[in-house]
Structures are given as C-alpha cells and as structure tokens.
Design a protein around this ligand. Structure first.
Ligand code: 5GP
Length: 198
C-alpha cells in the first residue's frame, strides 16, 4: 500500500510522520533524492539522498523518478527503484511529497491513499509559521502564500486531516491506515480460499 501525505509547512507533518513510523514497523518512509544541502542533524541516506543538480537532471533524463518537483528552488524526486525494492520486501510506503508530486503520481494512476494535512484555520497556520522563526530565509508572507498555494489543491486528495490537536490528527491518520488495510484489493491476496469457493 502507498500512503501519500502532503501539507503546508508548519502543519505538523514531520511530527505526524514520526509517530506513524514509530507505530508501524511495516511502513517505510520513501527516501527522496534532493539537491538541497543537508540541515544540521540530517544524514545522507536517512532523511534524503543528497545529490547535485547535475546528477539529479541525469536521473530525470533516465526516468529514475516516480515523480519529481521543484520546491523552494530545490529539486526533490522519489526513486522508483527504491520504492519497488521496498515493496518487494513487503513494506508499505509513506510518501512525504508536495502537490506537484501528487499530481504526477495520480497522472500515472499510482494506487494509494492521498492524504492532505490541514491546519484548523489560516490564523493558526500563521501563528505556527511565526513560531518557526527564521528556520528558512523566506519571509513570513512568502511562506504563508506558499502554504495557501499548496492547500488550494485540497480537491486532489482522498482524505483531509485537520491538525488541531496533534493526538487527534495522529489517530485520524491511523484510522485511514486501518481502513486502507481493509480494502478489498488489500485483503483478497491474503484470503486465497475466496477464489476457491466458486
Ligand atoms: P524539506 O526541504 O523541508 O525537507 O521539504 C520541502 C518540501 O518538499 C516538503 O513539502 C516535502 O513534502 C517536499 N518533498 C520532499 N521530498 C519530495 C519528493 O520526493 N517529491 C516531491 N514532489 N516533493 C517532495
């Protein structure tokens, strides 16, 4: 199963992802390739595979990416090989990708649950973005505008999860995972006898 998770910065996406991964040994976070430089504490091959723009462009040309996008002037891409090899090992994959990536995944009919995380309202998002301080060089107004641009694509998603209280938002994502595990196509493979009853 594939879980695609998007949301504007400041919505609490990383915290929710950490909680989901800690609770599910069979779900792996897709490790993307990126041209941005590592932040303090980030390790190559853990948060991202950090590569040059030149190498990235070569990989685009040789169709190595399931999807790729330019976000805040950096390139990010999902490795098709990595995803397929993890799925062969029996893992489900959680993708932390932006709206441009979701559009491409959907254009390829990539099956999965498409989830967007939203703040309870714009004022709350603004407050949270302010609280993030000077983590990046963009002004608050630009970050807020980028966030609105991302959220305007809400109609692309199957599920909208509002992060008002963190525990509730995590429980909501857990419910989606439980429901997806009960989809017919997810269950039928395990119940081989179903095809034997005629
Ligand atoms: P950050 O640089 O803060 O780690 O990520 C910035 C944004 O890039 C996030 O919104 C994240 O969802 C998006 N992103 C990270 N990896 C990928 C990817 O492989 N593909 C796409 N389309 N977006 C990504």
């Amino acid at each position: 199963m594939r879980f695609f998770l998007s949301g504007p910065s400041g919505v609490g996406k990383s915290t929710i992802i950490r909680a989901i991964l800690a609770a599910h040994a069979d779900i792996r976070l897709s490790i993307s390739y990126t041209t941005r430089t590592p932040r303090p504490g980030e390790q190559d091959g853990r948060e991202y595979f950090f590569i040059s723009r030149e190498v990235f462009e070569e990989r685009v040309a040789s169709k190595c990416f399931l999807e790729w996008a330019s976000v805040h002037d950096h390139l990010y891409g999902t490795s098709l090989d990595w995803v397929v090899s993890m799925e062969k090992l029996g893992y489900h994959i959680l993708f932390d990708i932006d709206v441009q990536g979701v559009r491409q995944a959907q254009a390829q009919n990539s099956p999965g649950a498409y989830i967007m995380l939203l703040p309870p309202d714009i004022a709350t998002l603004e407050r949270r973005l302010k609280g993030r301080g000077t983590e990046d060089s963009l002004s608050l107004a630009t970050r807020l505008e980028n966030a609105k641009k991302e959220m305007r694509a809400w109609t692309l998603y199957d599920y909208l999860v509002v992060n008002d209280r963190l525990e509730t938002a995590i429980a909501d994502v857990e419910s989606i995972i439980s429901a997806e595990r009960l989809r017919r196509r997810a269950v039928e493979g395990r119940l081989t006898w179903l095809s034997e009853i005629g």
